[in-house]
Design a protein around this ligand. Structure first.
Ligand SMILES: [Zn+2]
Ligand SMILES: [Zn+2]
Length: 112
């Protein structure tokens, strides 16, 4: 009698576990589906924006323009004592040496 009851409890536990696994799987599936939906929605709105928005005038749709601080040389001449003898070329802090900076008008999207 004792073992029969134990087996039933075990079976119930297994059933609970199966339901939990099923729910968990559903959750995962749901979250994956919603993530995909959000991503496709975002893609669509992005495409719409791109279709209807005007090209950014500041960067001509590139999203970046030549760094204005170093004017494309990737370094700035910086002197701690305003002494022309100790002028050091420093990595440009605005573009980090990439020579381009993100367009502030369109935030790098290329359209406004
Ligand atoms: Zn720069
Ligand atoms: Zn721009």
């Amino acid at each position: 009698m004792e073992s029969g009851g134990g087996a039933r409890v075990r079976r119930q536990l297994q059933a609970v576990g199966r339901v939990a696994a099923y729910l968990g799987g559903g959750f995962l599936l749901l979250s994956a589906a919603s993530t995909a939906a959000v991503r496709s929605l975002r893609y669509l709105s992005d495409a719409n924006q791109r279709k209807f928005a005007m090209l950014c005038g500041a960067c001509e749709g590139k999203g970046t323009y030549a760094c204005r601080l170093c004017r494309g040389s990737s370094t700035v001449e910086w002197s701690p004592l305003y002494d022309p003898v100790f002028v050091n070329p420093c990595l440009c802090p605005t573009c980090d040496g990439t020579r381009v900076q993100r367009c502030l008008n369109c935030l790098g999207k290329g359209y406004a």
